[in-house]
Design a protein around this ligand. Structure first.
Ligand code: ZN
Ligand code: ZN
Length: 274
């Protein structure tokens, strides 16, 4: 577990170190706006008995799988900020998380954090009294709930910390470590955006049907530059988002699949630093 966390941090750091100064500045601006928004939601949640109860109630109605999915969506929204800067053309921003879900996921992460920090503090209390403990914890650890004026490195450290934490939860709650990844379809938007190219020179085979891609014919080119007959690749990408030749991944609407894909990109980009 510790080791996983260190690897996660190293991968993000390695990917961050490839950014140019203007990219770093774009990223920190985006993240600090995002975190500022999260902090103000959390502050409102903790200061209002009603919002707190509603969010807690919402959390109670969610199954473990739904909680895991919520954290995964939150992680993806944070991860995509970096992926989008590294690969603007292939990263679509994930759908907006509505306020109720955002409040619930922020509360869930905070509860997990407090529970990890002091496992006894919540056990002895009824859930309605959790708010006081959380307020105390927050005021002791995050002095600046509404804080602005963080330095670039503080923002980036916070970014790495939040991302590593979410990744750990997603891995643990989804029990996905060591498990075979299930196949997911490529997103419709990604498939629609695939370019059609004319075969200038015949003789090459399409690995799906083993037939030649004849000169003058329009075929499909994936971002990895592997080409296939349209009639061969379309049925393929509605089942899986990987290239039949090199397993390059296309974007997917599956939250876990998309986290895996963006994570793989980060590992590749930061790879030269390992
Ligand atoms: Zn073919
Ligand atoms: Zn390929």
């Amino acid at each position: 577990m510790e080791e996983n966390n260190t690897t996660t941090t190293t991968i993000i750091l390695a990917a961050l170190s490839t950014l140019t100064p203007p990219q770093i500045s774009t990223l920190t601006t985006t993240i600090s706006t995002l975190f500022h928004f999260h902090r103000s939601r959390l502050a409102a949640l903790l200061s209002s008995h009603t919002i707190f109860s509603l969010s807690l109630h919402h959390l109670h109605t969610l199954s473990l799988h739904q909680k895991s999915l919520l954290i995964a969506r939150h992680l993806l929204s944070i991860l995509s900020q970096l992926s989008h800067i590294l690969r603007p053309t292939t990263t679509r921003m994930p759908p907006y998380i509505n306020d109720r879900d955002l409040d619930s996921v922020l509360l869930l992460l905070l509860l997990c954090e407090l529970n990890q920090h002091d496992p006894e503090s919540l056990k002895s209390l009824s859930p309605t009294d959790w708010r006081d403990s959380l307020c105390e914890y927050v005021s002791a650890t995050m002095l600046t709930l509404t804080g602005i004026g963080f330095s670039t490195s503080e923002i980036l450290m916070k970014y790495i910390e939040v991302m590593a934490k979410c990744k750990r939860f997603v891995d643990v709650m989804g029990c996905r470590d060591g498990k075979e990844r299930k196949e997911v379809a490529a997103s419709v938007a990604a498939v629609v955006a695939l370019p059609s190219v004319e075969v200038k020179q015949g003789g090459k085979e399409c690995v799906v049907c083993k037939d030649e891609m004849k000169q003058g014919r329009d075929v499909c080119e994936l971002p990895c530059e592997h080409r296939f007959h349209w009639m061969c690749i379309l049925p393929w990408v509605v089942k899986r988002n990987t290239c039949p030749c090199c397993r390059h991944r296309l974007p997917t609407d599956d939250v876990y699949g998309e986290i895996d894909r963006q994570w793989e990109v980060l590992v590749k980009i930061g790879g030269s630093y390992f």
